[in-house]
Write a protein that binds this ligand. Structure first.
Ligand code: SF4
Ligand code: SF4
Length: 289
């Protein structure tokens, strides 16, 4: 099992704070999961810009190692380079276990379970208190936010109220994103609720929120070099625009992890990820017949 504490999107710090403030519950949650799912070994993956977490978690692991429920092959910590998108599930499995999840497949297909550190901590809390998952720790940040913070908030709370609780906005909001700025989804209504998978609310000011106008591709190849899944984003982009399902399949669109690296590096500001997402929908619909 891999415990994903490699929070790699800009702004988001909720997993880092969970490791620092709830290390006992993180290790207990790992031991409970290993025990009930009969998993012999767990690896906590963190990035090397969060080394303060290592000593805190190591101290808890040392204490846990003397208890009867400690996993057969132990709990270890793997420090990975700080490079987006290290925390993406398929990238993490490649870096930690040197295994490749097949196209359209799941971590279970290569014998790995990936759990977020927040989920693992809540498993311990459930066993200790009997409370189901009713709260979530979320990062509130972004260029429009007055006071960046990590707050534990009830699932279902209105996003606007959560932002207000953190200190509100210092600038007019141009865009509110549920999740990180690379992989998150923009929302159009602040009364929308915090969901159980939310780890961040990012509020960008008008300047940061304005998308540049795309221009023609200059065939520079930067998007291909940036793709961690070794795809050809510009080919997938055109195939999606042309609704060419065969080509989307041929160039493995379903292997895209939607990291946004291609869009980020493109000098022509092509809407690559946006179109590749549409391409994935085209393939999914076609496979349903
Ligand atoms: S979003 Fe772009 S860079 Fe990321 S995996 Fe998909 S095609 Fe590759
Ligand atoms: S990075 Fe942009 S301009 Fe360069 S090849 Fe890719 S889509 Fe074209």
């Amino acid at each position: 099992m891999i415990i994903n504490a490699a929070e790699c999107e800009p702004y988001i710090t909720s997993d880092h704070r969970i490791c620092l403030e709830y290390p006992r519950q993180v290790i207990k949650g790992i031991m409970l999961t290993c025990h009930y799912l009969n998993i012999p070994e767990a690896v906590i993956a963190i990035e090397d810009n969060k080394r303060d977490v290592v000593s805190v978690l190591k101290a808890e692991i040392d204490q846990a190692a003397a208890t009867p429920d400690y996993p057969e092959k132990g709990i270890s910590i793997k420090v990975l380079p700080t490079q987006y998108p290290t925390g993406a599930e398929k990238i993490l499995i490649r870096l930690v276990n040197d295994r490749v999840v097949p196209e359209g497949g799941l971590p279970a297909d290569v014998g790995v379970l990936v759990q977020n550190v927040g989920t693992i901590r809540y498993i311990a809390e459930y066993f200790e208190t009997g409370m189901p998952l009713v709260n979530k720790i979320v990062t509130i940040d972004g260029s429009a936010v007055s006071q960046p913070a990590n707050l534990e908030v009830p699932i279902g709370a209105a996003i606007g109220e959560v932002v207000e609780k953190s200190g509100g906005c210092k600038l007019e909001a141009g865009k509110v994103i549920m999740g990180g700025p690379m992989m998150g989804v923009a929302i159009d209504d602040l009364s929308r609720p915090i969901l159980k998978h939310n780890n961040a609310i990012i509020v960008l000011d008008e300047k940061d929120a304005t998308l540049p106008k795309e221009i023609a591709c200059i065939q520079c190849g930067r998007c291909t070099r940036a793709c961690p899944m070794l795809l050809m984003p510009t080919v997938l982009d055109m195939a999606a625009r042309n609704q060419d399902c065969d080509k989307l399949n041929k160039y493995h669109v379903m292997n895209c992890i939607e990291c946004g690296c291609c869009t980020y590096v493109c000098p022509s500001k092509r809407y690559l990820l946006q179109n590749i997402r549409i391409g994935k929908t085209i393939v999914r619909q076609a496979s349903k017949g």
